[in-house]
Design a protein around this ligand. Structure first.
Ligand code: 9D3
Length: 252
């Protein structure tokens, strides 16, 4: 998978994609991340990339020509069928389904903005897609581009080990995760749940599923509404609710 990122701050992208899972995927040739800086395509001596908005108002708008030349240069190095994806708050909202869709592509140009954003005609003329991370305000598109590279890379064949892939495939994003614990067994008087210490793997699995169901019910009920529970899962959730109301935790 080839990612070409167009950004005024390439260091931000390269820092994020050179560590951990993405870093290893890069070392193994499973992904390639390249950056193109519109500033390198600004024709004037001051290397100007922004200008004042027509109609007035605060902030600056990215100029079409340096961005368009940078995008075309970036796209030139990618395989056929690699779309130009703008990052911006007006885009469709990124989630695991969008990540899976992007993971089928041979590559993509991710265009990160700064200031108030791009001249709309740039998006119209060269954009194939526009993606947002959600309803909050970032200072630019770089962190969004890095998030997309990370989420897509994890889905590529061979990037994760078999166990991690299987776990990711199964019920990962429709249920929240169960709680995790490591040593020490007691921390400031807080005990690790007994079942995790007893070595009964069937009971551990049932406890984890019950916690996942219960926490999803308490914190993200809209996720549960999108999922049909088996009779067994329904029973575990009822148990969780009974225990939660007894302990005075969870949802009322
Ligand atoms: C405070 C500026 N806003 C005026 C109403 C508009 C605005 C312009 C530029 C808001 C954010 C940005 C920069 N954001 C991104 O480039 C961005 C983003 C985001 O802010 N939220 C979620 N996803 C993304 S993807 C790119």
């Amino acid at each position: 998978m080839e990612f070409a990122v167009v950004s005024l701050f390439p260091e931000l992208i390269l820092a994020a994609s050179s560590h951990g899972v993405c870093g290893r995927a890069g070392d193994r040739g499973l992904i390639e991340v390249r950056c193109t800086n519109p500033r390198d395509f600004a024709p004037d001596v001051h290397r100007t990339v922004d200008d004042r908005p027509y109609g007035g108002g605060p902030g600056m708008v990215l100029k079409v020509e340096p961005c368009r030349t940078a995008i075309e240069s970036a796209k030139g190095g990618l395989p056929e069928g690699s779309p130009v994806v703008f990052l911006g708050p007006q885009g469709r909202i990124f989630d695991q389904t969008v990540a899976r869709e992007l993971a089928e592509l041979p590559g993509m140009v991710l265009v990160a903005g700064r200031y108030e954003g791009f001249d709309e005609r740039l998006i119209e003329s060269v954009g194939d897609d526009e993606i947002s991370l959600g309803d909050f305000v970032l200072s630019g598109g770089e962190i969004a581009a890095a998030a997309i590279i990370d989420a897509v890379t994890r889905l590529l064949p061979g990037v994760l080990g078999d166990d991690a892939s299987a776990e990711q495939d199964s019920f990962s994003e429709k249920l929240l995760d169960c709680p995790h614990y490591t040593r020490p067994e007691t921390l400031d008087g807080m005990q690790v749940p007994r079942v995790l210490l007893d070595g009964n793997h069937r009971e551990v699995s049932r406890w984890r599923l019950k916690q996942a169901l219960g926490r999803t019910w308490a914190r993200r009920p809209e996720l549960l509404a999108q999922r049909t529970l088996t009779a067994d899962e329904e029973k575990l959730l009822q148990e969780y609710k009974a225990e939660a109301s007894e302990a005075g935790t969870g949802r009322r």
